[in-house]
Ligand binder design. Structure first.
Ligand code: NAP
Length: 273
């Protein structure tokens, strides 16, 4: 008999298998593409009903079909609900959370890349990147945590940071600053939400092959991937599914004593030597 999971409101019987999300409700932002899509599909396959939010309605529809297939439900039978929205729009996020009902899981994955040197960075560049990558995650965390607290549910919130917070790279000021802010948000919210039984952790991926990294152009992509393969003890770059598995771990009871942590799935590139 597995040990019950202590929560401030008593105990919760763990799922028979710790990665089983049967009966859980999850909100996933950035779910139309890349890491967010892979996460939505994996969580649906693990039994969750996934509420998929993103700017891109066509991408969301494709994700919903894949999630339904992963859940074994067949397309359109209810493994996924789509919410086309912008994470810079507080009211839209609030409406999606209200429509979803009490949340057990939130994965704040939506994000954008931006490159410019420090001297060429404008106020507008910085405002835009922070609005999506930091404040978008903050809004998602706030709305999700309020939903979990109101329902008295011991939830799990997963944020998306980046390996960029561990290194200085020319051109990445706005992006890495926004992700460093996500790390501090994660740790701070973990301390404040812990007494409600809510866990908050971040994933900080290395280089992952997604449409975002593809936008650097074929040349930069090839050179960066070759460098990452050389640096990574595992000898490859990451795929979206590698990161989705890290999110599943943090979202599920498998990580029941983890909070305020930064998980770094990166093939080993950030190990000191
Ligand atoms: P992706 O394929 O571009 O997916 C990001 C998704 O977020 C896209 O569907 C995008 O829509 C959506 N999005 C962007 N701005 C939004 C907004 N304001 N409101 C709602 N949705 C929005 O990128 P990815 O590589 O999967 O990245 C996912 C997350 O992982 C990001 O936070 C990224 O910073 C982080 N990350 C990625 C890597 C990597 O190597 N790929 C490494 C570390 C961290 P549009 O396409 O319409 O803009």
């Amino acid at each position: 008999m597995p040990t019950p999971i202590p929560t401030p409101g008593g105990t919760r019987a763990p799922a028979h298998a710790p990665y089983d999300l049967t009966g859980r409700t999850a909100l996933i932002t950035g779910a139309a593409s890349g890491i967010g899509r892979a996460t939505a599909v994996l969580l649906a396959g693990a039994g969750a009903h996934v509420h998929c939010a993103d700017l891109d309605p066509d991408g969301l529809a494709e994700t919903a079909a894949l999630a339904a297939e992963a859940a074994g439900a067949g397309s359109g039978t209810g493994a996924a609900t789509v919410h086309p929205l912008d994470v810079t729009d507080r009211a839209a996020l609030r409406a999606a959370v209200a429509a979803a009902g009490p949340l057990d899981i939130a994965a704040a994955i939506a994000g954008i890349m931006h490159t410019s040197s420090v001297l060429e960075t404008s106020d507008e560049d910085l405002d835009r990147v922070l609005d999506v990558n930091f404040k978008g995650v903050l809004r998602t965390c706030q709305e999700a945590a309020r939903s979990m607290i109101a329902a008295g549910r011991p939830g799990s919130i997963v944020t998306m940071a980046s390996g960029a917070v561990d290194a200085a790279r020319a051109g990445l000021l706005c992006y890495s600053a926004s992700k460093a802010a996500v790390v501090q948000l994660t740790r701070t919210l973990a301390t404040e939400a812990g007494p409600h039984g809510i866990r908050v952790n971040a994933v900080a991926p290395g280089w992952i092959r997604t449409p975002m990294t593809g936008r650097h152009g074929a040349d930069v992509q090839q050179r960066t991937e070759a460098a990452m393969v050389r640096m990574a003890p595992l000898g490859r770059v990451g795929e979206p599914e590698d990161i989705a598995r890290a999110v599943l771990y943090l979202a599920s009871d498998a990580s029941s004593f983890m909070t305020g942590q930064i998980l770094r799935p990166n093939g080993g590139v950030s190990m000191p030597w």
